[in-house]
Write a protein that binds this ligand. Structure first.
Ligand code: PHE
Length: 454
């Protein structure tokens, strides 16, 4: 008799481990360089309330949809759709998601590399008052060797974390890194509020201003929510496929969302008082982290220590998000393409190494090479956030809302009736109507903004 040896699929060992991995994916650059400024600029507490509302009306249903698909099928993002809707074209949603994750990682890892370099600079107490942070940043990012090297080190690190699998890799490292991250952000925030004039920063973040809530701001809040929770590209599908059948999915989703929000707010409390205390104005994006903050660190008491802790935070936040992006690709390659996990990592590592190097060089020697008028770095960013992520999210919500049977969705979310689900009908309503409509509106709005590049 032939004995068929079924290899058990790797999964998270504990609910807590799964949770930390999910939070690790969500908390990233978006929380640090986008949310604080966005909230401050667009109405403070009024914006934050609106953001919380969308987190629950849009992001929660979407996250639960991804969870339903992932845990029901126990497969990677492409395999999941093939299992749940065989002989249909739905699996393209998974293909799109996997491609999106891959492309985002190409530029995300470049920024990950920058954070390694800035951590090294802070460790050598390199932020001094006579530096010109802007010039230094431009000189560094547009040079050819250092940023490429740092980027490759960053990629190597996430490959190393994934090498040993889900439980012994992602989960083990999340369990170490996420508490460190949380503690460090708390320390930074606690110190920042003791700075002179700290209240100006807190006021900037929180002062409610209803008049700033324009339709444009509403759309940006929606888009930021999706990005911040890493939705629309199969990450939550992939991660939830490793979550045991007894874990409470709605609870996991709600805690992930709340923690992501807490991190975003704490980041604001850590960054903004410091910025204002030394007479700077915040902005969003890389300029905030790599230009304004180094100037602030140079002037702040205990600034060099603050800088070290800050760049460790940045690096951890970027690492755990990048790990989740690569896991989508690796799960696909190993399950659909039948490669061993290690081969999948090597193959995707090579491809990523190559493309992200081009991305990094596109800020320097390759800056003349344009796609749609944008350099490679910016075009990948625009392509993924304008087109791919919203489209992925759109199809995911349609799949759960309209293609899957309502009973099947209920069965999965309630662990076959063992967990009580409140407001299931509201959930179905949101997934069927509200989520796809909201995403389409975001999509066309972004498309409008995008067309200005042509
Ligand atoms: N959620 C991460 C952040 O806030 C970014 C991210 C987006 C990570 C998409 C993975 C996928 O920075």
């Amino acid at each position: 008799m032939k004995i068929i040896k079924m290899k058990k699929r790797d999964e998270f060992g504990t609910q807590f481990g799964a949770l930390l991995a999910l939070i690790g994916s969500a908390v990233g650059l978006g929380n640090l360089w986008k949310f604080p400024y966005m909230a401050g600029k667009n109405g403070g507490a009024a914006f934050i309330l609106l953001y919380i509302l969308f987190m629950f009306l849009l992001c929660l249903p979407l996250m639960l949809s991804e969870f339903t698909i992932g845990r029901r099928s126990q497969a990677n993002a492409v395999g999941a759709f093939k299992k749940l809707a065989p002989k249909s074209k739905w699996y393209f949603t998974g293909v799109l998601g996997t491609l999106t994750a891959f492309l985002i990682l190409c530029f995300y890892s470049v920024v990950g590399g920058w954070s390694i370099k800035y951590l090294l600079t802070s460790l050598s107490f390199g932020f001094t008052e006579n530096i010109n942070a802007k010039e230094q940043f431009d000189a560094f990012t547009s040079s050819s060797f250092a940023p490429v090297g740092m980027n490759l080190i960053f990629l190597g690190t996430i490959i190393g974390i994934l090498w040993t699998g889900v439980k012994n890799g992602i989960e083990r490292y999340s369990k170490i890194l996420m508490p460190v991250l949380f503690l460090m952000v708390l320390i930074l925030a606690a110190y920042a509020v003791t700075l002179p004039n700290a209240t100006i920063g807190i006021e900037f973040l929180l002062k409610p201003d209803l008049n700033s809530i324009t339709p444009q701001v509403v759309l940006e809040a929606l888009g930021q929510g999706l990005f911040s929770l890493s939705l629309g590209m199969g990450i939550a599908i992939t991660y939830s496929s490793y979550i045991g059948k007894n874990e409470n999915l709605p609870k996991l989703a709600i805690i992930t969302i709340v923690m992501d929000l807490i991190f975003a707010l704490l980041a604001g409390v850590a960054i903004l008082p410091a910025v204002f205390a030394f007479g700077f104005q915040p902005n969003e994006g890389p300029g905030l982290l790599f230009v304004i903050l180094p100037e602030v660190f140079a002037r702040m008491p205990f600034g060099s220590i603050f800088a070290i802790v800050f760049f460790i935070v940045l690096l951890i936040a970027a690492l755990t998000s990048a790990v989740s992006l690569l896991e989508v690709v690796v799960a696909y390659l190993s399950e659909q393409r039948k490669l061993s996990r290690k081969k999948a990592l090597i193959l995707s590592g090579f491809a990523l190494g190559l493309l992200s190097t081009l991305c990094s060089l596109s800020l320097g020697v390759l800056s003349e090479f344009k796609i749609f008028n944008l350099n490679i770095f910016d075009s990948l960013d625009a392509l993924t956030s304008t087109f791919f992520m919203p489209l992925g999210a759109f199809f995911i919500s349609l799949f759960v809302g309209w293609k899957m049977k309502k009973e099947e969705v209920y069965d999965e979310l309630s662990n076959s009736g063992r967990v009580k689900i409140k407001a299931f009908n509201l959930f179905i309503f949101l997934v069927r109507y509200f989520v796809p409509t909201a995403i389409l509106i975001i999509f066309f709005n972004k498309l409008g903004a995008f067309s200005s590049f042509f």
